[in-house]
Design a protein around this ligand. Sequence first.
Ligand code: SF4
Length: 231
Amino acid sequence: MAGLAGSVAELDAVVSVCRACPRLVTWRETVATEGKRASFADQPYWGRPGPGFGDPAPAILVIGLAPAANGTNRTGRMFTGDRSGDWLYAALHRAGYASQPTSTDAGDGQSLTGVRIVAAVRCAPPGNKPDPAERHTCGFWLDRDLALAAPGLRSMLALGAIAWDATLASARRLGWVVQRPRPRFTHGAETTMVTTTDRSIRLVGSYHVSQQNTFTGRLTETMLDEVLAGL
Ligand code: SF4
């Protein structure tokens, strides 16, 4: 299905009806019905895979881990409606890529210029932990995102080690030349890959914008701003 998408719009439409991972389909739909957070109980939940969001011809792809159960799985937009998204969109706004510093719901008027946000896994996983088979299966959607973005792509920002590894795996499946041995993730890690049309694209790593990192000071606004400024 992913390979048939001829445009970003088609890709986003098709991924949103994917049911390839039984455990994640059950989880995303259960959260969206009887498992809603109490503070959102009166809201309809998206309850489907999170499509990419942003510029359809981006210079920068931001790759997250997976939707949050009460964030993207509720709002239907990547990194929208949770604390992680608050951090990411505020930073993208400071860097000049986002029209607004917040992203609260799919109808809030937010837009991105030059940036598209996707994820290594498109369905909310229990405990924010997709298993290896789910990561592999969902990688084919990421492959298509990379392939469609490649003609204008300058940099990719992987938020966390899972996104870093997923992006490298996608690049290899696409036949891009990737550094060997596999470069390891850390905050500020960087590697360059070469596409089948000889375009060089940088992959940069950042600690994920999860509360686990931002509340503890492991990732500060300054650290994230510096990474974005270098893309
Ligand atoms: S995680 Fe990815 S491959 Fe699995 S059901 Fe969701 S969209 Fe499909």
